[in-house]
Design a binder for this molecule. Structure first.
Ligand SMILES: C[S@@+](CC[C@H](N)C(=O)[O-])C[C@H]1O[C@@H](n2cnc3c(N)ncnc32)[C@H](O)[C@@H]1O
Length: 366
């Protein structure tokens, strides 16, 4: 069986995600809308692989229908053409979640209710039973995205929780970086496992921990919603998971933070994530930053400290970085102009959304 899928990711980082998709399943893909990538003609094992092996994907949605619509009634009539019983068993529960962008005379809850009624009606007419809704823990999660006069609807193959949620964080740093953005930065740094990597302001350790998990080939998680899809050959999935090998290699990954509390938290997180990373209490404006690759997420002066503190921090950090030995440096900040004042001319800069905060990833080469 072949499917079309929509892969969701961080807005602004679609190119990096598309590179990862091409690498994992060797399929071409294109940006469908910000934060969403379209991949045509994928096999079920490709869906398993994307969920299991990717680092930058949020969700993989198996597309049921897409197109234009005028009114909610029109949308309902279009969705009525989907043969839901090909994908959902009569005794499975389901839920519908909708995200909406644009001006409409209905809400996303109205869309959820409408689609829910269509599914119930479909089972009543075609199978003769009343399929049950379970909003908390459904067997099947139908996702609908409405963008202005366009929509898509599909089955979430990932699950209620995005793949960005890795479930190893015991210590929650107040400004923790999203794991998928951390991995995108690691890919943008073109880091080779043989090279040393340093995060000089590591907080709860997201970047070093994600890098170590990439080095060791540790998957994000092992449980996904597609395991409840009776229309897929799940034996292929069982074989994939059984044959997956964790790499046994040495790597040189370090993290510094000025706060002993965060360093202690990072050590706990690394242990929970199943990796060893060397974390140190150190001041990134003073300690030599000698490492092949430097990847970090400094304070932005927006969430954590006042802007003047950050300006001084950036100035002193850049003075130290200029004296240190490194090859490539990648950072993310919402105060990119301040950073570029002290280290102008990055090789590349990428605008991306860090949650609802506009940020830039700056890439430097020495
Ligand atoms: C945005 S947070 C990093 C969050 C981290 N990426 C995570 O996911 O948990 C920035 C960190 O920089 C640290 N920091 C600030 N000034 C520093 C300095 N001079 N040297 C080292 N770390 C510093 C802060 O303690 C804070 O934990």
């Amino acid at each position: 069986m072949k499917f079309n899928v929509i892969v969701t990711c961080d807005k602004g980082l679609e190119e990096i995600c598309m590179n990862e998709i091409r690498q994992i399943i060797n399929k071409d893909c294109f940006i469908y809308h910000p934060g969403a990538i379209y991949v045509k003609d994928v096999r079920e094992e490709d869906i398993f692989k994307l969920n299991f092996l990717s680092r930058t994907i949020h969700r993989v949605i198996l597309l049921l229908m897409e197109g234009e619509f005028k009114t909610l009634k029109d949308l309902r009539n279009k969705i009525r053409q989907i043969n839901f019983k090909d994908y959902i068993e009569y005794n499975q529960t389901f839920a519908v979640e909708c995200e909406r962008t644009g001006e409409h005379n209905f809400t996303s809850v109205d869309v959820e209710r409408t689609v829910g009624k269509v599914v119930i009606e479909h089972f009543f007419l075609k199978v003769g039973n009343r399929i049950l809704v379970n909003l908390k823990n459904p067997d099947i999660l139908i996702r609908v995205r409405v963008r202005h006069n366009r929509f898509w609807i599909g089955l979430d193959t990932t699950g209620k929780e995005s793949l960005a949620k890795r479930n190893y964080r015991i210590y929650n740093h107040p400004a923790a970086l999203k794991t998928t953005i951390a991995c995108s930065m690691i890919f943008l740094a073109n880091w080779n496992i043989k090279e040393s990597l340093l995060d000089p302001m590591c907080g709860g350790g997201t970047i070093p921990i994600e890098a170590a998990r990439i080095a060791l080939n540790i998957p994000n998680r092992k449980f996904f919603m597609f395991e409840r899809f009776k229309f897929m050959d799940l034996d292929k999935w069982k074989k994939m998971i059984e044959s997956h090998k964790i790499r046994n290699i040495d790597y040189n990954i370090r993290g510094f933070d000025i706060s002993p509390k965060h360093v202690e938290g990072a050590i706990k997180n690394a242990k929970s994530a199943g990796v060893e990373v060397k974390f140190y209490v150190a001041d990134a404006t003073k300690e030599p930053l000698d490492s092949d690759v430097i990847i970090f997420n400094p304070p932005y002066g927006i969430r954590m400290k006042n802007p003047r503190y950050v300006e001084k921090l950036y100035m002193k950090f850049c003075e130290n970085a200029k004296k240190s030995n490194w090859k490539r440096m990648v950072l993310i900040t919402a105060s990119w102009d301040k950073f570029k004042k002290y280290m102008p001319n990055p090789k590349r800069e990428i605008f991306c959304m860090n949650g609802d905060l506009p940020t830039k990833i700056l890439i430097y080469e020495k």
